[in-house]
Design a protein around this ligand. Structure first.
Ligand SMILES: [Zn+2]
Ligand SMILES: [Zn+2]
Length: 279
């Protein structure tokens, strides 16, 4: 396999989480089983087959690989991908792709779709992505991936199969939609991005940014920059219901050992061993 960019991997139940993320360097994630990815700060060659991408915001370390990704899919004769981006950026991004297309003298076929907080994207019958507002220095979005299925309504659960069939044939809606948050992606955000979207705390897997960890950093300044400090996680430890919490997007000022040391000192139980540092 061609190895052009770093990728870390973690398996959780039926999902593989792959990616890499350091502040101001590059962020990219994907879950191949869900056929979707988050952010295009880089595009590992192995990610090309994933057809749906959600861009959290337009800082270059989260979007710079967009033209490269689209061009590779075309070159490899894959279907044009679906790329969801904050709606304010839609026209500008189209212009950039158009310019690159002229410079490269090659088409860049893709569906670019502008999205806003409150929207829902149906990826399939079983999979829905919701969009929520986060708080950063440019307009930014977080995403929750929901598993969706239809369940028999509570009032019909004791009915026989024949009775239910009759009701159904008579036009009664006997099922209702049931949703379960499987995975949430915060992107870059101050803690409000988590607090304003309860599903972030409830999803089986949460991928959160944790740009700053060292004691002594001024929190007000970090929040103004639209980022999270380790103290913010500590203050919210009772709220995390997630089975797995992936912390990522660390500032480049920290080395791996130093970072682990600081986090393990502040959180010796690593949030009941649910906290995973993406290093
Ligand atoms: Zn970033
Ligand atoms: Zn950013």
């Amino acid at each position: 396999m061609l190895n052009n960019l770093p990728v870390k991997r973690l398996t959780f139940k039926d999902l593989t989480i792959e990616g890499y993320s350091r502040a101001a360097v590059q962020s990219y994630w994907r879950i191949p089983e869900l056929k979707l990815g988050f952010d295009l700060g880089g595009q590992p060659w192995s990610f090309m087959g994933t057809p749906n991408w959600f861009v959290s915001h337009t800082h270059l370390d989260h979007i710079a690989a967009l033209p490269v990704y689209v061009a590779r899919r075309r070159m490899m004769k894959m279907e044009p991908p679906n790329i969801y981006i904050p709606e304010h950026a839609l026209a500008m991004t189209k212009r950039i792709l158009h310019s690159f297309s002229q410079l490269d003298r090659g088409r860049l076929p893709c569906e670019l779709i502008g999205i806003a907080p409150g929207q829902e994207i149906e990826l399939s019958r079983e999979l829905v992505v919701t969009v929520n507002a986060t708080k950063h220095t440019v307009p930014s979005l977080g995403f929750v991936v929901w598993a969706r299925r239809r369940k028999l309504k509570a009032e019909y659960q004791r009915f026989s199969g024949d009775k239910i069939r009759d009701l159904r044939l008579g036009g009664t809606e006997v099922t209702e939609e049931h949703r379960h948050p499987r995975l949430a992606y915060l992107g870059d955000s101050a803690p409000e991005g988590l607090d304003q979207c309860p599903a972030m705390y409830e999803a089986e897997v949460l991928i959160t940014e944790l740009t700053f960890v060292a004691p002594g950093h001024r929190k007000e300044k970090i929040h103004k920059l639209g980022h999270i400090h380790l103290d913010d996680l500590l203050a919210r430890r009772e709220r995390f219901k997630n089975e797995l919490i992936i912390a990522s997007h660390f500032s480049t000022r920290y080395h791996e050992r130093q970072l682990r040391g600081i986090v393990e000192k502040a959180l010796p139980d690593m949030l009941d061993q649910r906290l995973h540092l993406w290093l």
